[in-house]
Design a protein around this ligand. Structure first.
Ligand SMILES: C[S@@+](CC[C@H](N)C(=O)[O-])C[C@H]1O[C@@H](n2cnc3c(N)ncnc32)[C@H](O)[C@@H]1O
Length: 248
């Protein structure tokens, strides 16, 4: 289970990942998330917004359709090609979170959504990603971080799970949590007729306390915390950790 390279995130997010995950995020749910995101960000329509990492552009495409000047950045060519097929007129940029190819003070808002601060095992990489988000934000700009958080995941930790996708693909997952490293190892096996495959990942899970400290150390201020996109308060039982912080 622990046979996962520290830079697993470099190749994990491929077309197979998309095929196995996109059906789990119905459009209506993403629309609700984006509506909540717009409320929490509080930046005017037309403002420059960076979604990094943007994945297949599920949030960025809707934000662009709503009237924001959106840029999506991601490392995965597979994700970027899905995103540009979905919204050809939006700017999709190949980039590493730790070295963003944008000028200082460019964006009114930067998003980091879906536990993407958790991909890296070395905290120095997360600090570099936060420093880049801070650098490219305009003064007073808003940084939105959304993630799972360790208190809730561990309280309800699911070691074995299985589900069937709408196209009949059967998925079986095994997980192991290392409480010292704070890393959740996951092995996902899938089959669809004669096709089958396996994917492994290792996600670093932080508590809300740790994430709040990382934000502070990166220079972000006035952080406010929510437990869901509808503005529900953050508690240790909340399924999501959403922080909205400012660049001073
Ligand atoms: C869990 S997905 C989240 C995508 C999107 N925010 C969403 O909510 O659907 C994580 C994304 O991070 C991207 N990624 C992984 N490592 C990266 C890196 N070092 N720099 C930029 N993007 C990276 C992956 O390609 C993947 O699209």
């Amino acid at each position: 289970m622990r046979r996962v390279a520290p830079d697993w995130w470099r190749h994990y997010f491929d077309q197979t990942w998309y095929r196995l995950h996109a059906p789990l995020f119905p459009e209506a749910q993403t629309r609700r998330e984006v509506a909540g995101m717009i409320e929490l960000l509080g930046v005017p329509l037309g403002a420059a917004v960076l979604d990094a990492p943007c994945g297949w552009g599920r949030h960025a495409a809707l934000l662009a359709a709503a009237g924001y000047d959106v840029t999506g950045a991601d490392l995965s060519p597979a994700m970027l090609s899905r995103a540009s097929a979905r919204a050809p007129r939006t700017a999709w940029v190949a980039a590493d979170l730790r070295a963003l190819p944008f000028d200082d003070n460019t964006f009114a808002a930067v998003l980091n959504v879906f536990t993407s601060l958790g991909l890296f095992h070395d905290a120095a990489d997360d600090r570099a990603a936060l420093a880049e988000a801070y650098r490219v934000l305009a003064p007073g700009g808003v940084f939105l971080l959304e993630s799972m958080h360790r208190d809730e995941v561990v309280a309800t930790y699911v070691e074995r799970d299985a589900w069937t996708l709408p196209d009949g693909t059967e998925v079986a997952v095994r997980r192991h949590f290392d409480p010292i490293a704070g890393i959740s190892y996951e092995r996902m096996r899938w089959n669809h007729g004669a096709q089958r495959g396996e994917k492994r990942m290792a996600l670093r899970l932080r508590t809300a306390t740790e994430m709040a400290q990382l934000l502070l150390s990166a220079g972000f201020c006035n952080s406010r915390y929510w437990g869901d996109w509808d503005g529900a308060p953050f508690t240790h039982r909340a399924e999501r950790f959403i922080a909205v912080s400012r660049k001073a």
